[in-house]
Design a protein. Structure first.
Length: 251
């Protein structure tokens, strides 16, 4: 029998997710009860868990008797992240021929060079300015990309609980960085730039601004890269790679 934990009863998850290799900001949001749903085999002493946000996360003993029941809750056409090679084996054999695998890269915050980050921000082209996202411009921010607030139930919740910074030009946001999500002292980065404004250093500038915000507010910046461009940007900003990993797309 599986149990869905409410948002205030997730302390028991800390052991299962303690050494998760990636998506540290999202994991913090799940464990601290800020976001997502969590299913476990036991409320007080779980052996396995499934966390569901914009990604799906499995944790615990991949050979536990409750695993088949957890797998029945997985959604297709959504990302699935697993923490170990044993979990990868279970998913690969269970969904043989019904999944695609993509490589992502996990990063950790290092000792950032504040002067370098400020330099990136100072190199914004003429006519482009940094703006904080608030209740008056959040809908313009979403027009750049809905994924910037995808971890929140509404624009209002994002303004209340999240953080967003954008590069503004000629009446619209053309690049943005946001918390996806923000919980447990960790801020998971989401970066988007309008296709017509790429290769101008805008993503680097707005990401640098969000890192500086984190440092000023005692938050740990968390970066997880979906492609080589994102990995390259992370390194330029001062993040340290902790390795690549497989993400499953169940078909």
């Amino acid at each position: 029998m599986l149990i869905e934990l409410d948002s205030k009863g997730r302390t028991s998850l800390r052991r299962l997710f303690a050494n998760y290799p990636c998506c540290h900001g999202s994991i913090a949001a799940l464990v601290d009860g800020y976001m997502g749903k969590v299913f476990v085999d036991s409320e007080e002493n779980p052996c396995v868990a499934l966390g569901v946000m914009d990604f799906q996360f499995l944790a615990g003993d991949p050979f536990h008797t409750s695993v088949p029941h957890l797998l029945q809750l997985l959604h297709t056409k959504e990302w699935l992240i697993v923490p170990t090679s044993d979990w990868r084996h279970v998913i690969s054999t269970t969904y043989l021929g019904h999944f695609d695998v993509y490589q992502r890269e996990a990063f950790r915050a290092e000792q950032f060079d504040v002067n370098q980050l400020n330099k990136f921000l100072s190199e914004l082209p003429v006519g482009f300015e940094l703006r904080a996202v608030d209740s008056e411009n959040v809908l313009q921010f979403i027009q750049l990309s809905p994924s910037l607030i995808a971890s929140y139930s509404s624009p209002e919740e994002f303004v209340e609980k999240g953080v967003g910074l954008g590069i503004f030009n000629q009446g619209k946001f053309v690049s943005g960085a946001s918390s996806s999500p923000l919980a447990g002292g960790k801020l998971e980065f989401e970066i988007q730039t309008h296709p017509q404004f790429r290769r101008r250093g805008l993503a680097k500038a707005v990401a640098a601004a969000l890192i500086l915000h984190c440092l000023d507010h005692g938050l740990e910046p968390c970066w997880d890269a979906a492609n080589d461009k994102s990995s390259s940007l992370a390194r330029q900003l001062g993040f340290r790679s902790t390795g690549k990993y497989d993400a499953f797309w169940l078909t």
